[in-house]
Ligand binder design. Sequence first.
Ligand code: ATP
Length: 229
Amino acid sequence: MSSPAPYSPPPPPETPRPPAYASRGGTGVLASFRHAWDGLIHTAVHQRNMRVHLVSAVLVGLVGSGIPLGVAEKVILIFCVLLIFFAEILNSALEHLVDLATRHFDEKARLTKDAAAAGVLVLAIGTVVIFVSILVNNWETVAESGPQIARQVALGLPLTGCVTLLVLPHRRARWMDVSAVVVGALLLGALAAYSVSSVFTAVNAGLFILAASAARQRRREQAAARPPG
Ligand SMILES: Nc1ncnc2c1ncn2[C@@H]1O[C@H](COP(=O)(O)OP(=O)(O)OP(=O)(O)O)[C@@H](O)[C@H]1O
């Protein structure tokens, strides 16, 4: 005769939580884009690793827009960046799915989340290896690009600082975010004027818009979570 299953107390009733972001209706193509954009912003706001990828991608973009690389190298770098973003977004989706299935410790839940996180890790390590190999293979070009590198560092590091500030989860005064957007946009413009690759300039502009949108969404969520009065 099989022994009765051990008693486990019923889970505490879940307190209703406000939606992470306002759900927008609609089923058209435009609505699909908006939902996808909301998902991207939500991942950037709530996933620490996504914020790390975003800042790292800006650094890759600065290298790509400062040093003249071949088409193949550019395509590989952009593809790696996109692949990491894709993996992190999928990892985040899986985490939500697991949390939806169980709010308790569960071995299968742990395996699922760990496997999804491993997928991102493998891609991130691969990207670093590819990035270093590309720089080593183009070392002559890199060595000849001293002034360009100095300019990318002078303009690019403050831009990276602006993006980092925008994605940081800590509460801060509104003027800090506004200043980061204004200064970042000016730096982007200056970098675009000297860029050797319009594709990487566009990538950095896209990442900057993503960081600014994440900052705006975070402020909205923080304002919504604040007790009234
Ligand atoms: N329900 C669960 N049951 C068992 N282990 C869990 C559960 N939820 C999370 N874990 C473990 O905790 C780790 C972190 O899970 P969490 O949901 O906090 O994701 P996270 O910190 O956002 O992860 P990541 O660093 O991949 O973004 C998981 O990789 C897993 O090992």
